[in-house]
Design a protein around this ligand. Sequence first.
Ligand SMILES: O=C(O)c1ccccc1N[C@@H]1O[C@H](COP(=O)(O)O)[C@@H](O)[C@H]1O
Length: 207
Amino acid sequence: MKVKICGIRDIATALSAIESGADALGFVFAQSKRRIEPEEAGKIIRQLPEDLLKVGVFVNETKENIDKIVEITRINVIQLHGDETPEFSSAFSIPVIKALSVGSAEDLSKLDEYSSEYFLLDSPKGKYRGGNGVSFDWSILNEKHFLDKKIILAGGLNPDNVAEGIKTANPYMVDVSSGVETEGKKDLGKIERFIDKARSLEREEVK
Ligand SMILES: O=C(O)c1ccccc1N[C@@H]1O[C@H](COP(=O)(O)O)[C@@H](O)[C@H]1O
């Protein structure tokens, strides 16, 4: 199971998450308490492994600004977490994660409108467009078959529910922000436990 840890704001957390086994790290350039300035993100990203997915999170940002931030930071994946159209989402030269809000099964029909490399399924917006720590009804996904799509499960995941989420939704990757924080800061112990739990089903299968 692949794991993305979102809302990285310092090099110590980034390196510790990688040490714990993270496949992708997210840097939020949208309105959020986790927002990081592109120059700061760039300094961190330059110290990270080439093959790691370094994801920039944007909400209804212009293409010009996204392109500029890709250049400054060297992120290698763009996450579009707003109301971006299929046309806008396919206008980039690096892979895109299109985030979709899932309130009901009907919302999943949007998946067919986009040709993005990855789809992130999150709960409907709260105070911010994402990162609110709220989950949606994963059983909606259980009935669907996404054989040709790389689905990233997100929204309210934490070390205690991630294994259940994976069992129910069978995603390609899981993504977390609030669920690995304590008092608003990334908690290295929770990150380690989250990744361990996300991979626990694979260990069970090998037994
Ligand atoms: O993390 C944020 O602050 C954020 C802000 C704006 C858009 C997206 C954001 N994060 C993404 O939201 C999901 C769900 O977060 P949570 O685990 O429920 O807190 C997260 O995985 C990020 O990709």
